[in-house]
Ligand binder design. Structure first.
Ligand code: AMP
Length: 223
């Protein structure tokens, strides 16, 4: 089964963690624009240097830059491979750009999963989030801790906190999300692509909710 999905939702709702689990379960590719941008920052490319200041301020990198990263990635994957776009699109303009990229490639979205969590949940989760500095795997010291403190279970890389997970930046990121990304919810609802996932619970429960939503897509496809 090929799925072509977008994951929407505020920072800290668990988009990345749920996308990671579902991509593994369905053998599809997780494309996280945040991770791809962080790789550019790590490698100190021109793009990375420009992006770092913007990301550290809790704002969005410009639409054209992010869309071209996604276009390259999708074009290189070939049209037979399913994917989860995790954190893209984040503006109406990006949604329009995605539509034309996919049209060019001759593919279409199956669904947009809106991963929803309350402000209290978000703040608690981002406070405990750490990430592997080598492979990017995400942990939460409260809910999804690593087996050995400070070390990635998969590759033994060092676990670090993201620069933009500081309380004052989290507040900015939430504000940017509400202003620029939340309008995408009605955009995709009007296109009849939106599925809302309650992600306030434990990780397993949230993944179950997302998988149930995907089952509904399958049923619709089979009709
Ligand atoms: P994330 O890992 O998805 O939380 O993204 C981290 C940061 O990368 C965001 O706060 C933005 O600064 C930047 N970023 C990621 N995806 C996008 C996007 N689609 N559009 C603009 N900026 C993005």
């Amino acid at each position: 089964m090929i799925y072509r999905l977008v994951f929407l939702g505020p920072p800290g709702a668990g988009k990345g963690t749920i996308a990671q689990a579902m991509a593994e379960a369905f053998g599809i590719t997780q494309i996280s624009t945040g991770s791809l941008l962080r790789e550019e920052v790590e490698s100190q490319t021109e793009l990375g240097k420009k992006a770092k200041a913007i990301m550290d301020a809790g704002q969005y990198v410009d639409d054209e830059t992010v869309a071209s990263i996604v276009e390259n990635k999708l074009a290189s994957m070939g049209k037979e491979k399913g994917f989860i776009l995790d954190g893209f699109p984040r503006t109406i303009k990006q949604a329009e750009m995605l539509e034309s990229i996919m049209q060019k490639l001759g593919i279409a979205l199956d669904a947009v999963l809106d991963i929803e969590a309350s402000d209290d949940t978000i703040i608690e989760r981002l406070g405990g989030r750490v990430q592997c500095s080598k492979c990017g795997k995400v942990y939460n010291l409260k809910n999804v801790p690593p087996e050995e403190e400070g070390k990635c279970d998969g590759c033994s890389g060092k676990l670090v906190k993201r620069d933009d997970d500081k309380p004052e930046i989290i507040k900015m990121r939430l504000e940017t999300y509400r202003k620029k990304t939340e309008p995408l919810i009605s955009h995709y609802r009007e296109k009849r692509l939106l599925l809302t996932i309650d992600a306030n619970g434990a990780l397993k429960e949230n993944i179950d909710n997302a998988e149930k939503a995907l089952k509904r897509i399958n049923e619709k496809k089979g009709e």
